[in-house]
Design a protein around this ligand. Structure first.
Ligand code: PMT
Length: 410
């Protein structure tokens, strides 16, 4: 599977003899379909020119903060990146990252980004073996930075030992693996998406504006993270995401049944569907005839699928969505507790917001924490959400994934 297609990879190039290999790395990343931006440190320019990277990426190359005076390059690039890969990473940059310095653009990006960071050390073997460098590398590993290499062999200075930058094809593999390496490998994920239709009679129904795009994006992102994914979908006009098992349903009751057949066997349940809150108390078996008098519809609550799954004795790790028109943070926390679930992703909805559009932004909340995922395509937002779900899932006790219900229901 090509995990790199469409991904945003920020390559940091530092001043080392291996910098010439970064051009080949960038070429390989582009060939795999990734969008690449290059940030060079001041000394990198002594080894390789920015024009090389500009030609290979088709993008501007950053050699420091740009002159537009906004001073926001580090924030914009930090948000843009799905992954940051520093190759070659010198002893100096490892030390500065370990210290949390922000004294050049690349270091500031590394502090500002929530994207996973990979570093490919390249330096003289004695410098790599020095206790200071080893301590810095250990600090970075503890913080979740992925160390790629270094390789062992003959060095530019004639020494032999560990300190060579990993070859570009191996770095390409490492960065691809970081997407598909399976944050959710070996796990079963059940996702709901789309609207439900609650029949009034054989030809009419109550429904909502959900297009299914958000739920389908979550299913695709979970699949990409290595999970075995089943998507229970209300009526939408979207194609089945590659590698995902799709079950089509219409009503809330059908969605409940399809979910409950599978919920006991899944590890993670993500409820992105806009399930009806109410359904007609009765469904007419024949088409309702037009009358001159007013018609009053009697509605009854539809089954609450998410709360039902969360209430199972061995409930999966449950992630709900919340469609809110105001008070996003307050309602998100309240709804998470009310549904008795581990995590909830809240989005603002309204005209051109949330429902039936291509972009979304989420406030993700869990016990003691929250994360704002900036507005982006639903797929990229889903990638971020899945990363967060994987992290919280791993951190949670696997025998109990639900919170005790609060007194108040959301
Ligand atoms: O499909 P799109 O056009 O891409 O739009 C995406 C979306 C806006 C529909 C999506 O991001 C979203 O917010 N989905 C949840 C919508 C919703 O029903 O929110 P809610 O606040 O009413 O429900 C809270 C949670 O309970 C949701 O996880 C929902 O799936 C679940 N629920 C609700 C009612 C019900 N009867 N059963 C449920 O399981």
């Amino acid at each position: 599977m090509n995990f790199l297609s469409g991904k945003h990879i920020l390559v940091g190039v530092c001043g080392g003899i291996a910098a010439y290999k970064s051009a080949e790395l960038v070429r390989l990343l582009r060939g795999a379909g990734a969008r690449v931006r290059v940030v060079m440190t001041a000394s990198a320019g002594e080894f390789v020119g920015p024009r090389t990277f500009q030609a290979l990426t088709g993008e501007a190359v950053w050699q420091g903060w740009s002159d537009d005076r906004s001073g926001m390059d580090h924030i914009e690039l930090a948000r843009w990146a799905d992954r940051v890969l520093i190759a070659p990473a010198t002893a100096d940059v490892l030390a500065r990252l370990a210290q949390g310095r922000a004294d050049d653009l690349l270091a500031a990006i590394c502090l500002a980004t929530s994207a996973p960071l990979l570093v490919a050390p390249a330096m003289n073997q004695a410098m790599w073996g020095h206790p200071a460098t080893q301590a810095n590398a250990a600090v970075l590993c503890e913080r979740g930075v992925r160390l790629c290499g270094p390789a062992t062999g003959e060095q530019a200075c004639g020494d032999i030992g560990a300190g060579r930058m990993l070859e570009p094809p191996l770095l390409l593999q490492a960065i691809s693996d970081s997407f598909g390496r399976g944050l959710l490998a070996g796990l079963k994920v059940l996702v709901t998406a789309g609207p439900t239709r609650e029949a009034l009679d054989p030809v009419r129904f109550l429904s909502n504006r959900s297009s299914g795009k958000m739920g389908y994006a979550v299913a695709a992102a979970a699949r990409e993270a290595g999970a075995e994914v089943t998507l229970i979908s209300g009526p939408v006009s979207l194609d089945r995401p590659a590698g995902v098992a799709l079950v089509r349903v219409e009503s809330a009751q059908q969605m409940l049944e399809a979910v409950m057949q599978r919920a006991g066997a899944c590890d993670i349940f993500v409820a992105a569907a806009a399930v009806a809150d109410y359904q007609p108390a009765e469904t007419a078996s024949r088409k309702l005839k037009r009358q001159s008098a007013e018609l009053t519809l009697k509605l009854k609550p539809a089954p609450d699928i998410l709360a039902t799954v969360a209430g199972l004795p061995a409930a999966p790790f449950c992630v709900g969505f919340a469609a809110e028109t105001e008070n996003l943070r307050h309602n998100a926390h309240k709804k998470r507790l009310g549904k008795g679930i581990a995590m909830l992703a809240a989005n603002l909805v309204g005209p051109d917001l949330g429902f039936d559009v291509d972009e979304n932004a989420l406030l993700v909340v869990w016990e003691g924490g929250e994360l704002h995922i900036e507005k982006d395509t639903k797929y990229r937002v889903a990638l971020r959400l899945v990363e967060q779900i994987a992290g919280r899932y791993q951190a949670s006790p696997h025998d109990k994934h639900t919170e005790s219900h609060a007194e108040h229901s959301a």
